[in-house]
Design a binder for this molecule. Structure first.
Ligand code: UDP
Length: 366
């Protein structure tokens, strides 16, 4: 076998498409799941609503290369994601910004804080919460503690099982305090949801006479000239150095006999309930139905054999263990590891795609 790709998610599909199109070589893509698209998998349910089986996926990128690449396989709408959060019973948007400030505080207090913030920080800048906490001014200290407590602490405890300082600062920095009035969750130049869904987009990537896809197929050390492995790197090596920790997610679905359940696709509940957030999928593609489907998201530890890997857990000791696996990987000269699980990195979709494209660019067609 010339090329074997393990995993039919974005990383696997991108590398398979590039090998087939640019090298004109045969590629076998295997996936142990019964569907392609990995955790980006979506499908239309009986109500005609596009469900993101593994939770909301919103495409956003600043990379021209990535945007150009994905649009060969499908068009996107112009959805720009916002996240609502319920804080002390008040529905507002996060990241915390000047609008949030005025939503949650009385106007005079908000104004005072706004003035102090603008003296301290430049307008339109982003400050990670762990950085934002380093304040000398009493009022700003109060604000920092408020944001930490109401938005980050309990959500992070639910999501990661530890407080924000128990995971790498980059995790909470994904949702920085934003000195702005921009309510969007992402500021990337290109944003949207594929009009026909992620599964169809990835199906089109894999639709090539040289690409063969086999589902329900485990990797059992099949041999190939090149192996692109997008599964978990610790599993590849039979966990010989120990297990890399992951967080998993469980969704509880509900169908409601009304047009909308909530105003927005995602509403976070940082301080209430045991779930982290509620997804309402029909918002993404403006699906029309007199019913709506929501999913309450609960985080849990990943346990081999009982649930799926969703998130690598970014922190030093895990990176150290990953680096040891990486050393082993260097000895497997024809095996390329990539993707969230192969690289043990908290990639967004665009970063996983870019990684696959760049990996391909480093390979020569001997
Ligand atoms: N976060 C939080 N409260 C929120 C939203 C995010 O504390 O309301 C923190 C939490 O630690 C979370 C991280 O920021 O895991 C990254 O959030 P993001 O929405 O990027 O996570 P994802 O959508 O990838 O699950």
């Amino acid at each position: 076998m010339k090329n074997l790709v393990v995993g039919a998610g974005f990383s696997g599909a991108v590398i398979a498409a590039l090998i087939a199109n640019k090298f004109n070589e045969e590629v076998l893509v295997i996936d142990k799941k019964n569907h392609i698209a990995g955790n980006c998998y979506d499908y239309r349910d009986e109500n005609g609503i596009m469900i993101h089986k593994y939770g909301s996926h919103i495409f956003h990128t600043n990379s021209e290369k990535v945007w150009h690449f994905v649009r060969q396989f499908g068009n996107f709408n112009q959805y720009m994601h916002k996240v609502y959060a319920v804080i002390d019973g008040i529905e507002t948007t996060i990241p915390f910004n000047f609008n949030t400030l005025y939503n949650v505080f009385p106007e005079t207090l908000a104004k005072k804080l706004e003035e102090k913030l603008l003296k301290q920080f430049k307008f339109n800048t982003k400050v990670p919460i762990l950085e934002f906490q380093k304040q000398n001014d009493e009022d700003l200290k109060f604000l920092a503690n408020y944001i930490y407590e109401k938005i980050f602490l309990h959500y992070t405890l639910k999501q990661w099982g530890v407080s924000p300082d128990g995971v790498d600062g980059a995790v909470t920095a994904r949702v920085p305090v934003y000195l702005s009035k921009d309510n969007r969750y992402f500021q990337d130049k290109y944003q949207g949801i594929p009009l026909n869904g992620y599964t169809k987009l990835i199906e089109k990537m894999l639709n090539h006479p040289k690409i063969k896809v086999e589902l329900n197929t485990e990797f059992l050390n099949q041999k190939a000239d090149r192996i692109f492995y997008t599964g978990a790197i610790d599993e590849y090596f039979d966990y010989k150095l120990g297990q890399l920790p992951y967080r998993s997610v469980r969704f509880e679905y509900e169908t409601h006999n009304r047009e909308f359940y909530q105003q927005n696709s995602v509403v976070n509940y940082p301080c209430n309930y045991d779930f982290t957030r509620i997804h309402e999928y029909k918002h993404y593609l403006n699906d029309k139905s007199d019913k709506t489907v929501i999913a309450k998201e609960y985080s849990e530890n990943f346990v081999i054999g009982s649930n799926e890997r969703y998130y690598p857990v970014p922190k030093d000791e895990n990176t150290k263990l990953y680096n040891q696996y990486l050393e082993l990987a260097k000895q497997e000269s024809n095996v390329y590891f990539l993707g969230r699980l192969g690289d043990y990195k908290y990639y967004d979709m665009d970063k996983a795609i870019l990684r696959a494209i760049e990996l391909f660019e480093g390979i020569t067609n001997a």
